[in-house]
Design a protein around this ligand. Structure first.
Ligand code: OKV
Ligand code: MN
Length: 238
């Protein structure tokens, strides 16, 4: 039996040990009962380089590496610097921004979801900067303490900026959703990022499609499973 799991937006950090505990519990129960696990970004709240000695990172790497199933990772807007070293330690394979999975006779696109939020011009500008290869190259060569300081400052100013953004601006743009589905000739899309869990029908494409959105792991876990019966969104306590 084939059961594919998707999760995203755990935003793991030292300050929220209950979420880490919830994830470790998820790995030891749900994840044992599936054939593949896809982590669609923002597994971590912040990432400033694989050389960060935070014990949380090693704990998570070991727990993922212990799984008997293949684990795949797509970068989120927060952990976009997760590199080959960490991926190797966690025994997971990093995937490009958008990937098409062909199972059960259907085509399903997976992505983090930030690039669907095309109305958030300020975020797209930020993204373009921090995704520029030479800027990343320079950042990763700064001393760890300096990177930690810069990152903390950037998170602080982003929190202030987001207070003035409406939910509509931070949600996906429907034209971007249609474009992705058409470009990949897919009828299913699974993403996270918006923290607005739901399964939507997309009737502007033909044949009509489904867009399944993962929830963030704030007070409970969120996952989407894909079986021959289709997509199911579920939430579970720690
Ligand atoms: C991640 C976000 C902070 C949003 C910085 C170059 C530059 C990488 C970085 C520093 C910040 C990631 C790596 C973080 C996401 C924020 C604030 C807003 C909207 C540079 C390359 F520019 F300084 F040279 N960073 N960190 N934000 O703290 O994890 O996604 S982070
Ligand atoms: Mn995100």
């Amino acid at each position: 039996m084939s059961r594919i799991l998707f999760i995203a937006d755990l935003h793991l950090c030292q300050e929220e040990p209950a979420i880490t505990a919830g994830f470790l519990h998820f790995l030891s129960e749900q994840a044992l009962d599936c054939s593949e696990l896809y982590i669609l970004g923002d597994l971590f709240e912040a990432w400033i380089g694989d050389d960060d000695p935070a014990p949380l990172h090693q704990q998570i790497a070991q727990a993922i590496a212990a799984l008997p199933i293949p684990v795949y990772f797509i970068h989120g807007n927060r952990d976009f610097l997760v590199g080959e070293q960490f991926a190797h330690q966690a025994g997971m394979q990093r995937l490009p921004e958008e990937v098409v999975l062909e199972r059960f006779g259907q085509r399903l696109v997976i992505m983090h979801g930030d690039t669907l939020c095309t109305d958030d011009v300020g975020y797209l500008k930020f993204r373009k900067k921090v995704h520029t290869p030479w800027i990343q190259w320079l950042f990763l060569r700064l001393p760890l303490a300096l990177r930690l300081g810069i990152a903390a400052k950037m998170r602080q100013s982003s929190q202030h900026a987001n207070q003035h953004k409406t939910m509509a601006v931070m949600d996906v743009n429907q034209h971007a959703v249609i474009e992705v589905l058409n470009r990949h000739q897919a009828t299913l899309l699974v993403h996270g990022h918006t923290h607005q869990p739901a399964i939507h029908s997309v009737t502007e494409v033909s044949p009509s499609a489904q867009r399944a959105v993962l929830g963030a792991w704030h007070h409970e876990g969120s996952m989407i499973e894909w079986t021959e019966k289709g997509l199911t969104l579920s939430h579970f306590p720690w």
